[in-house]
Design a protein around this ligand. Structure first.
Ligand SMILES: Nc1ncnc2c1ncn2[C@@H]1O[C@H](COP(=O)(O)OP(=O)(O)OP(=O)(O)O)[C@@H](O)[C@H]1O
Length: 965
């Protein structure tokens, strides 16, 4: 809406000439005061807290809720660069008209995605996205979600939709990169469907509904796009100071030299259908569009076909017909137009002659005979425009279909969806025609859905449920919708009827018809003095005057059959594909009653959209354009207030603040929160809800709430002891209604439910772990038993072997002992003769002969009795002397055999340096030493161990005895 038009709309709004206000029951909210009144009254109370206005996250918290206070709050937030604010169930998004750093960054997305309670975070479009996503995860009916983004042109709907898509696409990373393809559909759709208008340099000239398809794990697996009412007239006729679709300018700026040549688009070439070509916008990014096309699977061949068609359209725009001298002759082409016709025919791959004939000559059917009738100059122009429009519209349709084929998931792979509706805002120009009527009709439908969903349904339900409730007045636009679509006497049915009559359209007559049929309606009026036939409709957002001239033609949207036939024969494969299955029918021959009109088609597609919306959980985002000039950070109060009133924000705030925004059927409530109550009765009820009557269910709900409040953890809002259950939850006949503090109560219930579920899960885990532990223990015991059995078997086997080995050793040992004893006895018999009664120093010469003993400085007499070593070893004497023996036992035995004098404090250390071969020396020190010199023992086996090799060295060479004190 332009500011002037907005003013008109606003004036109508304030004088109450449209939007019949309905009063239901007791009305407490007075008519919203005018802006000036509010400034005196309401605002004054507010001024006290003016410094903190920008801190209000939710407009329902503003007190009192009036358009003025709401406006003040929004303005304060806008100046504080806070662009999102809740308004009860709706999110208000103010357009900053400049990029805000870090407002939509990946980190911010992650923050909202990971927030335990996103509602508690700062208002943001990502909250809406996350809430919808979590609703799908929670599988609460209705599981599918719709995000409805509305607002006037330039308010930021497309931007918001893009943010929402990015949010869903970024929060995952799938293998086949479907999210990238879904996002890539945006630049293509925008290049072909957006244009620079006076109100928005990137205005969507079509409506779109994108369905993001989610699988069981809530992963984005695909998407589908449904488009509505492309403004195809823009191809051939651009409003003053506005541009054609972006794609044409992208081609003009981005084409390579070769492409320019092929597309007949040389530098400086002027095209009638490309106004303002010198102005370059950031949207004119040809390369991005081409890349997105390639990424979506449109190969270079197809791209070439597409761009040739577009170039052909531009050539068509430069063709002008001259009136013929003779009326019976077709219109002619002047010099340059001939070239353009040749160019267009070449690019569209059709014969130039046929193209010219198709534009200048009409074929009439008279029975089975066809008659050729030359068209007038203006008719030629209309046919040329029609050809361009039909080409562009079919191309756009084909692109949408191609995108859908590329990004749509198989039906079996997805089970839920989040729908994203971005429709053109309410439109009101100086001259409004059928397109504006359709667009405004769509906006009325959406407004009605909003009203039905939040306002009327809410209030009607309170009555049905028997709640005590003071009603808030709201604007109901049903009467306006009845005026437009009502059957049989609505504007649309009358228009369709007129189009199906086989007669030339007459705007004046149609106006009279409308007046006759609809004069009793409150939402339509006529300016009797206006020369132009028109009618004025009082829409919910303002009054719009529609001119009737041309409306019927636009509604019929006839395409001459010659044009279809011409395109079917085109050498461009894409054109053949697009128009191949199109019937080149002549409506004149088949009867006009079968013609499907534009409004009929539009109404049907809108009805199916509304069906989808009604079956989903809606989330509303109202985009607000803070100033009509798209200036950054500029806030025009009047513009904003009109938009707020037009979209019913003020009423929404009233109802949301004072009403019961959450309604849960008793059965659903008990099923979800029944586990909070420990009562066995409620537990039984949970399993058998059908058995309980409403009274029983109601008392169960109350019991659950009081249990929840009883065990609540003390939070700031629940400290008030007097706060009764009744003030937080209101039970109607079949449903529980939660008040404004629902968020807290609901949060409390959800927290407790979650806590109990966690407890239960913990118990299950404990049981499972215990079970696992027991199993592990049993396994371990079994393993130990097995190991023990194996070990004992191994030990028994080893012991048996040892015993056998010991037996062998014992036998060998005994045999050896017997042998040694025998030798010893034999030797003893020999030695007895020279050892008896010998004292030192006079040693027996035999001893000298066999060995020598030298004793010096010994204190006292030393009696030394030399025993044969073999005998000593054999008898294994016990050493009573405190000897620290090192070496072999035989060394010790030898000492014992020497029978050295015993003294308690005398220590002898025996050292041997030839352990392998026997004691070498024994020496007593320090005060005396005994030196024994033995000759090699006569005993052959005296120092032999059973294991020693027989050929080893035997006997003693030298013995030294060291004595230490
Ligand atoms: N959140 C935002 N941050 C920064 N700029 C924004 C934001 N929202 C919108 N804009 C700016 O406002 C312009 C208009 O927004 P957008 O195209 O989304 O409007 P629209 O409501 O879709 O309009 P139309 O109905 O004409 O398509 C954008 O091109 C962008 O420059």
């Amino acid at each position: 809406m332009t500011s002037e038009e907005s003013k008109r709309g606003g004036a109508a709004n304030s004088n109450g000439s449209f939007g019949k206000a309905e009063r239901v029951g007791k009305e407490v909210a007075s008519h919203p005061p005018s802006l000036d009144d509010s400034l005196v009254g309401d605002l004054r109370a507010f001024l006290i807290d003016e410094d903190h206005l920008h801190t209000y996250d939710d407009l329902t918290k503003v007190n009192p809720v009036t358009p003025t206070t709401v406006l003040k709050c929004l303005q304060a937030r806008y100046h504080a660069q806070v662009f999102y604010t809740h308004a009860g169930c709706t999110l208000v998004a103010l357009n900053p008209f400049q990029p805000i750093p870090d407002l939509y960054s990946l980190d911010v997305m992650r923050e909202y995605h990971n927030a335990p309670q996103p509602q508690e975070s700062k208002p943001h479009i990502f909250i809406v996205a996350e809430e919808a996503y979590r609703n799908v995860q929670g599988q609460l009916e209705p599981v599918n979600q719709s995000l409805v983004v509305s607002g006037e042109s330039g308010a930021g709907k497309t931007w918001t939709s893009r943010c929402l898509m990015k949010y869903y696409a970024t929060s995952q990373d799938t293998v086949d990169h479907i999210e990238k393809r879904v996002l890539d559909s945006n630049p293509i759709m925008e290049a072909f469907g957006n244009a620079c208008t006076l109100r928005n340099h990137n205005s969507s000239r079509f409506g779109k509904y994108i369905q993001l398809q989610l699988d069981r794990s809530q992963f984005l697996v695909g998407a589908s796009v449904q488009t509505y009412l492309l403004e195809k007239t823009r191809v051939a006729c651009q409003p003053a100071n506005e541009r054609n679709f972006h794609i044409f300018y992208q081609m003009m700026t981005g084409a390579s030299g070769e492409q320019r040549k092929e597309w007949k688009m040389s530098h400086g070439q002027r095209f009638n259908w490309l106004p303002k070509a010198a102005k370059t916008l950031e949207e004119d990014c040809f390369q991005e569009t081409v890349e997105a096309m390639s990424h979506l699977g449109i190969n270079s061949e197809k791209q070439a076909e597409i761009f040739r068609i577009l170039a052909g359209i531009l050539q068509l725009g430069n063709i002008h017909f001259d009136a013929p001298l003779n009326e019976s002759e077709p219109c002619t082409l002047e010099g340059q137009s001939k070239e353009y016709l040749q160019g267009a025919a070449g690019l569209l791959c059709v014969p130039a002659v046929e193209l010219q004939a198709c534009l200048a000559v009409r074929t009439l059917m008279a029975g089975k005979q066809s008659i050729l009738k030359p068209c007038s100059r203006s008719e030629c122009g209309v046919r040329r425009d029609c050809l361009a429009k039909v080409l562009y519209a079919h191309l756009f349709e084909w692109l949408t279909m191609f995108i859908n084929n590329s990004i749509c998931a198989d039906n079996s792979t997805w089970c839920n969806f989040i729908g994203l509706l971005d429709v053109y805002g309410f439109e009101c120009f100086q001259m409004n025609n059928l397109e504006q009527l359709c667009i405004n009709y769509a906006n009325e439908k959406l407004q009605q859905h909003f009203v039905a969903h939040y306002l009327r349904a809410q209030q009607e339900e309170y009555v049905l449920e028997g709640l005590e409730w003071s009603f808030v007045r709201y604007q109901d636009n049903q009467s306006c919708l009845d005026l437009i679509e009502g059957n049989p006497t609505g504007v649309f049915p009358l228009l369709n009827e007129e189009c199906r009559l086989n007669r030339a359209s007459d705007a004046g007559k149609f106006r009279v018809r409308l007046e006759k049929e609809l004069s009793g309606r409150g939402n339509i009026s006529w300016d009797k003095f206006s020369k132009e036939p028109h009618f004025t409709v009082a829409h919910y957002a303002g009054r719009v005057s529609y001119q009737i001239e041309g409306m019927m033609e636009k509604n019929k949207d006839p395409v001459p059959p010659e044009i279809i036939a011409l395109l079917q024969g085109s050498g461009n494969p894409l054109l053949c594909q697009v128009f191949g299955d199109q019937e080149a029918e002549n409506s004149a021959t088949r009867g006009l009653s079968k013609v499907v009109t534009v409004v009929a088609k539009f109404k049907n597609s809108l009805e199916s959209l509304m069906k989808i919306l009604h079956s989903t959980t809606p989330h509303y985002t109202r985009c607000i354009k803070p100033n009509p000039d798209c200036k950054p950070l500029t806030f025009h109060k009047k513009e904003v207030i009109m938009q707020l009133e037009a979209c019913g924000i003020v009423e929404t705030i009233h109802i949301s603040a004072a009403g019961f925004p959450i309604r849960i059927p008793f059965s659903g409530f008990i099923q979800r929160y029944g586990l909070i109550s420990g009562s066995s009765q409620i537990k039984q009820l949970v399993h058998n809800l059908e058995a309980g009557d409403n009274d029983l269910l109601r008392s169960a709900v109350e019991a659950i709430v009081s249990t929840a409040l009883g065990r609540r953890s003390i939070g700031p809002m629940f400290r008030v002891e007097s706060e009764s259950c009744a003030s937080l939850v209101h039970c109607g006949k079949t449903k529980a209604f939660l008040t404004q503090r629902k968020a807290l109560l609901l949060e409390l219930l959800e927290d407790q439910r979650k806590g109990i579920l966690v407890q239960k899960a913990f118990s299950i885990q404990c049981c499972w772990r215990r079970h696992q532990r027991r199993r592990r223990r049993a396994r371990r015991r079994a393993a130990t038993l097995l190991q023990a059995a194996v070990r004992s078997w191994l030990v028994r086997r080893a012991v048996r072997r040892w015993q056998e080995a010991a037996l062998v050793i014992q036998t060998a040992w005994r045999r050896w002992r017997v042998l040694v004893n025998a030798f010893a006895e034999a030797e003893l018999d020999d030695a007895q003769d020279f050892t008896e009664d010998q004292t030192l120093p006079d040693l027996n010469p035999l001893v000298r002969e066999r060995g020598s003993v030298q004793i010096s400085s010994l204190p006292g007499p030393v009696s030394l009795r030399g025993w044969p070593m073999g005998l000593a070893l054999a008898s294994a004497p016990t050493v009573s002397l405190s000897l620290k023996a090192t070496g072999f036992q035989k060394t010790v035995s030898m000492l014992a055999s020497l029978n050295l004098p015993s003294a308690s404090r005398v220590e002898y250390k025996v050292e041997t340096n030839q352990h392998q071969h026997g004691v070498a020396s024994v020496r007593a020190q320090p005060r005396g030493s005994v030196k024994l010199h033995y000759q090699r023992s006569p005993l052959l086996y005296a120092d032999m161990l059973p294991d020693l090799k027989r050929d080893g060295v035997t006997g003693f060479n030298q013995i030294l005895l060291e004595k230490t004190l």
